[in-house]
Design a protein around this ligand. Structure first.
Ligand code: XMP
Ligand code: MG
Length: 183
């Protein structure tokens, strides 16, 4: 799907496909330096992280494995509650593993901070976070994120895995959703 198909639904194209590609390549060079000689387990959080996981994993020149988790915040609406339920757990035992969590977006950080505590309790050797997007103004908990693609304003964005009501995930870039679409 090209942006031209959904232009009326977006107020702005924030990040293009090409910008994502070149930023992910930069992050991969950093990750390769930091993890040289290691086997890295990439953990993707479904469903939003599917695109960034696919591109990051293929760009990385490191031996990696992948696993996936699906979580859901209790409650509804666009605000995160921080109370999290596991919908699909990992297939992998984390003890002694070098873990890199791959996320699409960190908004309040509540979901991720719960997830971090949960995964840390399983005894990995190390655990770090890579996120494509972060909204610094929305942060409600302080999380140490090692790799950040882009810091973005506190607005609802879609595309490149990110959805509104399950739509727009297949946009190749990231755009700001027009408030008219969700109000
Ligand atoms: P928190 O607030 O816990 O939220 O960091 C994390 C999850 O909320 C979703 N989220 C978004 N999804 N556009 C989206 O499509 C957004 O702007 C947005 N902000 C948060 C997302 O699932 C993320 O993992
Ligand atoms: Mg999500």
């Amino acid at each position: 799907m090209e942006f031209t198909d959904v232009n009326d639904d977006l107020t702005e194209i924030l990040i293009t496909e090409e910008q994502i590609r070149s930023r992910l390549a930069e992050l991969c060079r950093e990750i390769e330096r930091d993890y040289a000689g290691k086997d890295v387990l990439l953990i993707g959080v479904l469903k939003g992280a599917v695109m960034v996981m696919a591109d990051l994993a293929r760009e990385l020149k490191l031996p990696i494995t992948m696993d996936w988790m699906a979580v859901s915040s209790y409650g509804s609406g666009t605000a995160s509650s921080g109370v999290v339920r596991i919908l699909k757990d990992l297939d992998t035992d984390l003890s002694g593993k070098t873990v890199l969590i791959v996320e699409d977006i960190i908004d309040s950080g509540l979901t991720l901070s719960w997830l971090l505590a949960n995964l840390r309790s399983r005894g990995p050797e190390s655990i770090e976070i890579c996120t494509l997007l972060r909204k610094p103004e929305a942060a409600r908990v302080d999380i140490d994120v090692k790799y950040v693609g882009f810091e973005i304003p506190n607005q609802f964005v879609v595309g490149y895995g990110l959805d509104y009501a399950e739509k727009y995930r297949n946009l190749r870039g990231v755009g700001i959703l027009a408030p008219a679409v969700y109000s």
